[in-house]
Design a protein around this ligand. Sequence first.
Ligand code: MRU
Length: 354
Amino acid sequence: MTTHPNTIYSVIWHHDKVRLIDQTRLPAHYEMVEISRSEDMAKAIKTMIVRGAPAIGVSAAYGMYLGAREIETQNREEFLRQMEKVAKMLRQTRPTAVNLFWAISRMLKTAYETLGTVTEIKEILLETAHQLHKEDLETCIAIGDNGLSALPTTPEKLTILTHCNTGSLATTSYGTALGVIRSAWGENRLLRVYADETRPRLQGAKLTAWECQQEGIPVTVISDNMAAHCMKQGKIDAVIVGADRIAANGDTANKIGTYALAVVSKAHNVPFYVAAPLSTVDFELTDGAKIPIEERDPQELYKIGETVICPAGVDYYNPAFDVTPNEYITAIITEQGAVQPEELIQFAPKINTV
Ligand code: MRU
């Protein structure tokens, strides 16, 4: 594990509130937002104050606890009924990242399975949210270690291209794909990161570049349409991306643009890795065709910052994610090891119990 004095924690439990780094304000402003109500947590997830599949999952778990805390009844059945409503509100925030649904289910299951008073259930719910929080960091560190062994052995120092933000901001700390990159940097195996800017919300330019800069990791920002050119020039040794939902056969939904990156990686013989916790795998989906793809506000396309870049009234299509078919993926790096997409299924029984 590589520790660094500038370690970033995107989700913090502090004095009975959740503190989130406001990711809509970076890199210009580093600000924390305090959340003490479940409704505000739902809003924070929807507006992407907090984003990235694992970070959304842990935030939703805390959102479930905040919702539990707001419920006044001491009647167990009524309490559980109201918890279902909190779960429904949180589930409606973002459709693609399965970690959200996974964390909410784990919290609900805990509520149902805890025998005892409503007060006791609330206490256990907070402990469960803390547990998910702790597991997230441990999982990311394991992914980092497993990623290191999966990376190409030559050249000695790799130049790795990544897409979107999959680091400490997208998890609760350390990261998945960026966690592997961080581990490679810690082990002296990284020369440089290339960060796709990641239109339309620019998570690569704004967040990945910021994170790398905070930790002294050499980073070069490129616009999304430069990746093939960089590969053709031999600048890229490997690509590592994260995931929002992986189907049982390894088809992977991730930030829009990932699929194009996978296709150009294959065309240039550049290994293409997906790094994600097993909580991102939806074993109920046999392939990626049924993964729900979030469509977002057209303003994300019409504007860069406050500058309007399209003629008024022009039509739009703004899917936030795409699905990369498994045949483009060299390996999927999880906390249990790096496997070929078709081998992922071996992990199904272990986690499919929520
Ligand atoms: O829309 P976002 O910013 O939440 O999308 C994030 C991504 O697509 C990440 O690559 C993914 O969640 C993995 S984060 C470890």
